[in-house]
Design a protein around this ligand. Structure first.
Ligand SMILES: Nc1ncnc2c1ncn2[C@@H]1O[C@H](COP(=O)(O)OP(=O)(O)OP(=O)(O)O)[C@@H](O)[C@H]1O
Ligand SMILES: [Mg+2]
Length: 256
C-alpha cells in the first residue's frame, strides 16, 4: 500500500527524514509512535504527497503519490491545527471531502447529500449536521473529520493523533470505529502518543524516531530495548493477565 524508498524530506535547514525506507502492507491498521518532534507528522504528510521530498521515491497504491487522484487517501489532521473560526457547519465540512476531487460545480447533488447524511449517521454525527463545527464536542469533531476523509471512499486512511484531546471512553470509541473500518478493508495509519492504547487496540505498531526503529505486533515490538531506542529513556513494560502496560520507570535513578 505504501512504499518509501530512500526518502529525504524536511524544512529549511532542518532535515527531518533522511534516506528513509518504509513499507506498509495493504490491510494494516498501524500506529506510529515516537517522541514529539521526531517527524511523525512530516512522515504522514510525505505519505499523503502534501510535503515535498528532497529525494527518494514515495509510492502509494503502486503509483507515485503525486500522481494519485485527489481523495484517494483520506486524511484526518491533528485537530489542534484546525482553524475553528472558519464559519462552516458539520455538513459543509463533510462535503469538503467531495469537493477535493473535482474542479467543476461546487454544489452537492441530491445523491451526494444523501451520501453525506448516511455517512454522518454511520459515524453518529447525524444529529449535529447543521451545527457550527466549533460548537460540537472534541469527540464529535473527530468523527466529522473522519467522515470528511471517508466520503471519497479511500482505500487508505491516515490520521494524525486521532486519540489526543478526548476522554478515554471517546478514545476507545474512535479506535473501535477505526477497527471496524479496517475490517471493511481500509488500510489505516495513525500517529499517537498513547502507547497503552496501541498495545491494547492496534494489531501493528511502528516505532519511529526520525527513522523506523522497528515495526511489528505490539507484543513483539514493545520491548525495553526497542522502546529505549525510540524514547531514549527508561520505560517499564508490565505484562499482566494477557495485557501489556507501558509506564515510565520512575524508580530509575537517572530519571527524575
Ligand atoms: N512548518 C514547519 N517549518 C519548520 N520546521 C517544522 C515545520 N513543521 C515541523 N517542523 C520541525 O520538524 C521536526 C519534526 O516535526 P513533526 O511535526 O513532523 O514532529 P512530530 O513527530 O509529528 O511531533 P509531535 O509528536 O509533537 O506531533 C520538528 O523539529 C519540527 O520543529
Ligand atoms: Mg505530529
Amino acid at each position: 500500500m505504501i512504499r518509501l524508498k530512500d526518502v529525504s524530506a524536511g524544512y529549511k535547514k532542518n532535515p527531518v527524514l533522511t534516506h528513509l525506507t518504509l513499507e506498509i502492507e495493504e490491510g494494516r491498521f498501524a500506529g506510529i509512535v515516537g517522541p514529539t518532534g521526531t517527524g511523525k507528522t512530516t512522515l504522514l504528510k510525505t505519505i499523503l504527497g502534501s510535503h515535498k521530498v528532497h529525494g527518494g521515491e514515495v509510492m502509494v497504491m503502486g503509483k507515485p503519490v503525486r500522481s494519485l487522484t485527489p481523495g484517494s487517501i483520506g486524511y484526518v489532521p491533528q485537530l489542534e491545527t484546525v482553524d475553528w473560526t472558519f464559519p462552516v457547519t458539520v455538513e459543509q465540512v463533510i462535503m469538503m471531502g467531495l469537493f477535493a476531487q473535482r474542479t467543476y460545480w461546487p454544489w452537492p447533488s441530491r445523491k451526494e447529500k444523501i451520501q453525506v447524511h448516511a455517512l454522518a449517521e454511520k459515524l453518529g454525527v447525524d444529529q449535529c449536521l447543521h451545527h457550527h463545527i466549533r460548537d460540537i464536542s472534541g469527540g464529535q469533531q473527530q468523527r466529522v473529520f473522519l467522515a470528511r476523509a471517508l466520503i471519497s471512499n479511500p482505500r487508505l486512511l491516515v490520521l494524525d493523533e486521532p486519540t489526543s484531546g478526548v476522554d478515554i471512553k471517546t478514545q476507545h470509541d474512535v479506535l473501535h470505529l477505526l477497527q471496524s473500518l479496517n475490517k471493511e478493508g481500509i488500510t489505516i495509519l495513525i500517529t499517537t502518543h498513547d502507547l497503552n492504547a496501541v498495545a491494547s487496540h492496534l494489531p501493528w505498531v511502528i516505532c519511529f524516531n526520525k527513522t523506523v526503529i522497528a515495526q511489528g505486533k505490539p507484543d513483539d515490538v514493545f520491548t525495553e530495548e526497542i522502546l529505549g531506542k525510540t524514547y531514549g529513556g527508561d520505560l517499564a513494560i508490565i505484562r499482566h493477565d494477557g495485557h501489556l502496560l507501558i509506564a515510565h520507570n520512575a524508580k530509575n535513578k537517572h530519571n527524575h
